[in-house]
Design a protein around this ligand. Structure first.
Ligand code: B12
Ligand code: SF4
Length: 517
């Protein structure tokens, strides 16, 4: 759910503007799922979806939000298409990518009139109220959080921050077209290892903004700053009550960067949720919870409130990298202890790691793999660093020229850095090997003889990647473990067929000693 847009829409509606929301990100994924791109290209997509919407709604102002650098070229295309449709429409951009790269955007994109830096709830209505002032350019030049084509070089601009989150109008979920699709088909509930409830209706909320930590690879402070601000529990409970009444939700995705920074607040939230709704909810924290603050008491409360799977963003299994390179400085022994506490409460653990930090050596990356292998997590996501504009790592990458080509075009998760310590290909190999060894060959559910869960896990991977030879191997073990002989025979036939399918598969079968029996 595009929460930022929903907050802005709620604010604008409250002060009297008519707002329409269009989620191109979602439209794109729907088209991809439907096979649209087998027959059409991106230009057709814009024409079919975006331009037609603009022609039918005929807005006076177009706001383009973009959270991700990867969408930079789409953002530019949208502005240009919109300008063609209506040469006099005001085009305003905002979100993480425009906030962090406003100079570059304004320089190359004439179609963009204004960029709002940071949290837009206050500057956006201000700008709309002043759009028709004859001296708009002069007054924007004086505004601390808005830039336009005339003043993008102004260095005194800062990111807008909402001091009191409870002053904000509630997010306008009801303005989302096809809201049921968001509620029923949440991206997060389809993630590996997360609880799948048969009739999940999930909504996202954001209970706090800002994170005081200084991780060098993170760009979240580029919009929300480092000052931690919280909605009151009354505000949060009101939002949840509304979502229950209107949409009958039973899962809450809490999108905070640092939900559990205050222990008492975390416990009080759980108590109020359970006090009012009992065991109605499953709770998910897609960005993870700060593991060093979790203790037996907090975990017990979170479990009662509906936590089934937890995400730990550990990032590195090397204490040196933790302290000196990423400055997250997690105590790795403590993290292992916390995993035991979670196990005691029967909570699944997904751990996130990153390899390929600038300054990291290949040996330190292997330390991460080793640490992940011994962590006893249910699933480990091992990603490759992509420097995010607005982060310290990105500044380093640019300064030392470690990135090639247009940095915005780098696809997240693929190796794109070559440093004195490693070449991109070496990092890719470490990451691939780690994923196979940790999540497949040493799969926790298989080790624990939790075969029915393993069958679900590998089955869901095969649904998305039918030719995944290691998932096929995992499924075979899960079926054998349950003595589902007939299904196991079919799974083995498929594994043998995959193993012979191409040279690459023959090589990996040999490399990882996969038995075809
Ligand atoms: C939820 C989320 C997602 C959801 C997005 C759902 C959605 N459609 O919005 C999903 C799961 C899809 C996602 C995916 C990814 N994410 Co993400 N995500 C977040 C997260 C955690 C929260 C966003 C949020 O809802 N915040 C709360 C709301 C209130 O704030 P907001 O969205 O920033 O909105 C405010 C301002 O940005 C601004 N604003 C927003 N929209 C607009 C529009 C206009 C017109 C204007 C004027 C202003 C404006 O005003 C809003 C209100 O104050 C942020 C971290 C963060 N703290 O923001 C990362 C974050 C945005 N994600 C990030 C990344 C890197 C990714 C991925 C690339 C990760 C990956 N490895 O795959 C993918 C990319 C997806 C893709 N392109 O395919 C980075 C982006 C950094 C960058 N510069 O590129 C962030 C900042 C995390 C980080 N640690 O650095 N993500
Ligand atoms: S990675 Fe997480 S903990 Fe670190 S600064 Fe970013 S939001 Fe905070």
């Amino acid at each position: 759910m595009p929460l930022g847009i929903l907050y802005i829409a709620g604010t604008l509606r409250k002060v009297g503007y008519e707002v329409h929301i269009y989620d191109l990100h979602r439209a794109f994924f729907k088209c991809r799922e439907s096979g649209y791109f087998l027959f059409h290209d991106l230009e057709n997509f814009f024409q079919d979806h975006f331009v037609n919407i603009l022609r039918s709604i005929r807005p006076d102002v177009l706001g383009i939000g973009s959270l991700f650098n990867v969408s930079s070229s789409s953002v530019s295309e949208m502005a240009r298409w919109a300008r063609q449709v209506n040469p006099t429409m005001s085009i305003i951009m905002g979100g993480h990518y425009p906030s962090n790269q406003y100079k570059a955007i304004l320089k190359k994109e004439e179609a963009c009139d204004y960029i709002i830096l940071g949290e837009a709830e206050e500057p956006f209505p201000w700008l709309l109220d002043h759009l028709h002032d004859p001296d708009i350019s002069d007054i924007v030049a004086e505004h601390p959080n808005i830039v336009d084509q005339h003043c993008y070089r102004a260095e005194h601009k800062t990111k807008a921050i909402v001091e009191n989150l409870d002053d904000l109008a509630p997010p306008a979920y009801d303005l989302l077209p096809d809201v049921d699709e968001y509620l029923e088909k949440s991206l997060h509930s389809q993630r590996m290892g997360s609880q799948l409830f048969s009739k999940t209706r999930a909504a996202a909320i954001c209970s706090s903004r800002g994170c005081p930590m200084q991780c060098t690879f993170c760009a979240a402070h580029g919009v929300h700053g480092r000052k931690y601000r919280m909605h009151s529990l009354d505000y949060i409970m009101d939002s949840i009550d509304w979502l229950v009444q209107k949409y009958d939700i039973n899962q809450i995705l809490i999108e905070d960067d640092m939900f559990n920074l205050r222990k008492e607040r975390t416990i009080a939230f759980c108590e109020r949720l359970v006090g009012k709704y009992g065991a109605r909810f499953s709770l998910e924290f897609p960005n993870g919870l700060a593991c060093w603050i979790l203790d037996d008491e907090v975990v017990g409360h979170l479990k009662k409130a509906g936590l089934r799977t937890i995400t730990f963003a550990i990032e590195s299994g090397s204490q040196y990298v933790q302290k000196h390179i990423i400055k997250k400085n997690l105590d790795l022994n403590l993290v292992s202890e916390k995993v035991k506490v979670l196990r005691k409460h029967g909570i699944n653990v997904r751990a996130f790691f990153i390899v390929g930090f600038i300054g990291e050596t290949l040996a330190q990356m292997k330390e991460t793999v080793q640490y992940a292998l011994t962590l006893d997590a249910d699933w480990c996501e091992i990603k490759i660093l992509t420097p995010l504009a607005g982060s310290e790592m990105y500044e380093l990458a640019v300064k030392h020229n470690y990135l090639s080509g247009d940095t915005n075009e780098h696809v997240y998760g693929r190796s794109c850095l070559n440093t004195p310590e490693f070449a991109a290909q070496q990092v890719k190999e470490i990451q691939y090997d780690a994923n196979i060894r940790i999540n497949f060959l040493n799969n926790k559910q298989l080790r624990d003889k939790n075969y029915d869960e393993a069958e679900k896990t590998f089955g869901s991977i095969l649904k998305n990647y039918p030719n995944h030879i290691f998932a096929q191997w995992g499924l075979l073990q899960a079926l054998k473990g349950q003595q589902k002989d007939q299904e196991a025979r079919l799974a083995l036939d498929r594994l043998v067929a995959l193993a012979q399918e191409n040279k690459r598969n023959r090589e990996v079968i040999k490399k990882y000693n996969i038995e075809l029996s």
